[in-house]
Write a protein that binds this ligand. Structure first.
Ligand SMILES: [Zn+2]
Length: 160
């Protein structure tokens, strides 16, 4: 009966012997083996190239769609958002006493909870992604990420 473990152990013990045997076999049949290898490589060259191209393309697409990792902040540290509306952002947060106007979460709590600075929302939805952003102080509201997301979903008619 075939005993896999016995064979594995035997192979381990006789590594050198097997190597020499293989080498002898190769030297004896060199011409035939080489010819076969070359033939295989030539025959499948297109296939190999095709596979390589596919992998490269997959890697490229993966890199394109990968989102940058959000940097997590230490306690008490603020990462200022890109200042697209200048000092208005800070003004709005100051006016709202540094709290989410819906749930009251403070700026410090926001950093601790979400790892990023509290967000400032455009009340009419004409913000970053709008063609005509409405960047006036009256249109800005301090909101935590959770309330901000809820509001945007409501606006888009996803929830009531
Ligand atoms: Zn909130």
């Amino acid at each position: 009966m075939y005993n896999k473990q016995y064979h594995q152990e035997w192979n381990k013990k006789n590594k050198e012997r097997i190597r020499l045997q293989k080498q002898a076999y190769y030297l004896k049949n060199k011409k035939r083996i080489d010819a076969r290898n070359i033939e295989y490589a030539l025959k499948n060259r297109e296939k190999t190239y095709e596979q390589q191209r596919k992998w490269r393309e997959q890697k490229r697409l993966k890199n394109l769609t990968r989102r940058p990792r959000r940097r997590h902040l230490k306690e008490g540290e603020f990462l200022p958002y890109r200042n697209k509306y200048g000092d208005l952002r800070e003004q709005a947060i100051r006016r709202d006493e540094g709290k989410c106007i819906d749930c009251g979460m403070t700026r410090e709590e926001h950093v601790r909870f979400f790892g990023v600075d509290i967000t400032v929302d455009h009340k009419d939805g004409e913000g970053y992604n709008s063609k005509n952003p409405n960047n006036i102080l009256e249109n800005l509201a301090t909101r935590c990420l959770r309330c901000h997301g809820k509001k945007d979903q409501k606006r888009m008619g996803k929830i009531n």
